[in-house]
Design a protein around this ligand. Structure first.
Ligand code: BGC
Length: 714
């Protein structure tokens, strides 16, 4: 529909709506197909009291999967909406985080592939599958920059880096929405949680966050800026209180920053119960205050708590909420419904999906995202004809390999590590045991030369409200590694943890480590292909791996210190009892081959501010050689360091990256272009700035990249 017609249609509708019907459009309620209240909810829909439904009884993993729905059920619901006076269709939402029928790796691992195109394809596949079940709105991507792996929700987002997060955001939004969320097989996306939720103090979920405006602009907002630029249709307000303001009640954040600065023009939904929660968060005295504050701050739709439905009518009638304020929110919601094609097609028929293709995507991205951390004496890849023992709590596990937030995934469809290994290396002599932690594994291990330990954590140890105070390798799992070590075996650790863990001294128990994460339905096969050399590892960490919990938060793009204690880059001791350096830095990942940056050059070593402001870019040519004997994918990364700016800039900032396949022995040229936005930084008020002086650019394969070129900005 042409824009003019669309807005005329909305104005016409708005003109006919009663106050109650308007408030109804802002009311989102949860529904479950087999709950007792389905008829009651349908009746409310007919009365125009509900504008949106979510199939998401609880985000807590233990309750996952209880919100049954399918295309027929969504048909029934839309039919009820068509019986309402104004026949406004419902917007039906669901948490489609990293899996539907096909379960992809958790987002933290998908990001570790550094493969924008592939990530986009995965989200397109999810859009199709979820769309076929009647979902028209996905509560994803989750874009919370996070630096503390104790926080269970680190697994839901792309990690600690603003650029990686931004490119992930754009890929996911494009994947979900395509050219238009109204098209077949597409959905409306929702960038969440706006903003700062990932900074929950101490990694404790729902906790206070303290973020300066400077950090907000340069660290936390970029991924949302990218989502907005990619045209994301909705944004979810976050639960957290940020520097004195709960976000759900913050006009500064939801309107001045999100809309006025970032240019977002879609609608904002609160998080589950976020509106009502303003009272407990200490800025509202009662429900009416909560509803008024949230609406006036910029929340357009109220998720699940019905606080708008209970209080807005009285607030409007008493003149505390202006009709224009209400109308603005209603307009945005109607606009989104139009954009999602709901007026034209409240229910779409299922499109033909190629599940085999989706599984192939899942396998490819799982393979691209697993990170080879250690490989002493090139133990990996293993021979397919050796004697190998496989044990550890994840060896036969299916459910946890899917990761948290997969209520629509089917654990039976997951390929276990044992199955993967048997399929990839059928001639292997494989010794295994199904209840490893309770039996004595000595007998199993003794038969083999190499022991593969499938270690990890339950999917229920991460996700919402599932934080850990201790993220070191669990004692029983370390004991298993020690036992293998003492038997004189070569030890391969597969780390099937959702979050990054702190291996500390247990690192030395392993000859080789493949960090698989919760890798989804093809986890077992993807890991086996890497272990036995059918594929070459190429994932790179999306989050720093700390040595110990006491170092947290630990991230690569820290501000410089006046003293030589920026341990991230040196072995110097920040603590009396611990190094300041991580175990492995952001961006790190080994391969079975080796890559070398031969040369890095700038096309022009001097550029003026005015040229850059007019759109000129610094062009860096980097020559990389695959110096090993195998073909492989490299992820070349370019980091920036601005040694003297008006505000301190981080020790390193990732500014460009590219994944590319390089045959053994071959050399390739990479070209990165950095404009004003990449070279400059945001002032606390949101203005992009770039100053004269030297900029150093470092090319390499992780945050410790060393090959340096210098750009003079005059
Ligand atoms: C989570 C959101 C989620 C919502 C709906 C909340 O508890 O924070 O991320 O989208 O529930 O399930």
């Amino acid at each position: 529909m042409k824009e003019q017609n669309a807005s005329a249609r909305i104005q016409e509708l708005l003109g006919r709506m009663t106050l109650q019907e308007k408030i109804g459009q802002l009311n989102q309620q949860n529904i479950c197909a087999y709950a007792d209240n389905v008829e009651e909810i349908k009746q409310e829909i007919r009365e125009g009291k509900i504008g949106s439904l979510l199939f998401s009884g609880s985000a807590i993993p233990e309750n996952g999967g209880t919100e049954a729905f399918d295309l027929d059920f969504t048909r029934e619901l839309q039919a009820a909406a068509m019986e309402s006076r104004l026949q406004i269709p419902l917007l039906l939402g669901r948490d489609v985080i990293h899996g539907f029928e096909t379960v992809f790796p958790i987002p933290l691992m998908m990001a570790a592939s550094f493969d924008d195109r592939l990530i986009e394809e995965c989200y397109s596949a999810l859009a199709q599958e979820a769309g076929n079940a009647g979902v028209r709105w996905a509560f994803a991507p989750m874009l919370d920059l996070s630096r503390d792996p104790r926080w269970g929700r680190v697994i839901e987002g792309p990690g600690e880096d603003p650029l990686l997060g931004s490119r992930y955001a754009a890929s996911a939004v494009r994947g979900f929405q395509g050219d238009s969320p109204a098209q077949e097989g597409r959905l409306l996306a929702c960038a969440k949680h706006f903003i700062g939720y990932g900074a929950s103090e101490g990694g404790r979920d729902y906790h206070h966050t303290e973020i300066s405006n400077y950090a907000l602009q340069n660290q936390y907002l970029p991924a949302f800026r990218a989502a907005v630029r990619a045209g994301v249709g909705s944004v979810m307000a976050s639960f957290n209180e940020l520097s004195g303001q709960p976000v759900t009640g913050s006009r500064r954040l939801l309107t001045e920053v999100l809309r006025d600065q970032l240019g977002f023009d879609g609608f904002v939904v609160s998080d589950w119960g976020g509106v009502e929660q303003l009272e407990a968060q200490g800025i509202a005295e009662n429900g009416a205050d909560c509803a008024r504050l949230a609406l006036q701050a910029g929340v357009d739709m109220d998720m699940a708590d019905q606080c708008f439905a209970r209080h807005l009518e009285a607030e409007v009638k008493a003149g505390r909420v202006a009709m224009e304020e209400l109308d603005r929110a209603v307009e945005r919601v109607l606009q989104a419904k139009l954009r999602a094609g709901l007026f034209r097609q409240p229910v779409r028929d299922a499109v033909k999906t190629d599940r085999a293709k989706h599984r192939a995507l899942a396998r490819r991205i799982a393979g691209e995202s697993m990170v080879l951390l250690k490989n002493e004496q090139s133990l990996l890849p293993l021979s397919k004809k050796g004697r190998v023992a496989l044990t550890g709590c994840m060896a036969q596990n299916r459910e946890s390999l899917m990761g948290a937030w997969t209520p629509d995934g089917d654990a039976d469809s997951v390929i276990t590590l044992e199955e993967g290994i048997r399929a990839v290396a059928p001639e292997l002599e494989l010794f295994t045991e199904s209840s490893p932690l309770f039996g004595d594994m000595t007998a199993v291990m003794e038969q083999a030369d190499t022991v593969i330990l499938a270690l990890g954590e339950s999917a229920r140890a991460s996700g919402e409200f599932h934080c850990l105070a201790d993220i070191s390798l669990p004692e029983d799992q370390a004991a298993l590694a020690l036992r293998a070590r003492r038997l004189g075996k070569k030890v391969v650790g597969l780390l099937c943890f959702g979050r990054p863990i702190a291996l500390g001294d247990t690192l030395s128990l392993f000859d080789a480590i493949l960090y698989t994460g919760h890798a989804g339905c093809e986890a077992g096969r993807a890991a086996a292909e890497l272990l036995f050399g059918d594929r070459n590892p190429s994932g790179h960490l999306a989050m720093t791996l700390p040595r110990s919990v006491g170092q947290l938060p630990l991230y690569y793009n820290a501000a410089p210190s006046g003293r030589p204690v920026n341990g991230y880059y040196t072995e110097c001791r920040n603590y009396i009892d611990e190094s300041g350096a991580p175990l492995y830095p952001f961006g790190y990942g080994l391969s079975y081959t080796s890559f070398q940056v031969e040369k890095a050059e700038l096309e022009q070593e001097t550029l003026s501010l005015s040229e850059l402001a007019a759109g000129k870019q610094a062009v860096v040519h980097i020559r990389v050689t695959n110096t090993g004997e195998r073909d492989g994918d490299t992820v070349l990364q370019l980091y920036l360091r601005d040694p003297a700016a008006s505000l301190t800039r981080p020790l390193r900032e990732l500014k460009a990256y590219e994944r590319r396949t390089l045959p053994a022995g071959e050399t390739a040229d990479f070209v990165f272009r950095l404009g004003m936005e990449e070279l400059g930084y945001y002032l606390p008020d949101g203005t992009l700035t770039l100053e004269k002086g030297e900029i150093r650019l470092f090319a390499g394969f992780d945050a410790w990249a060393e090959k340096c070129v210098r750009l003079q900005i005059i």
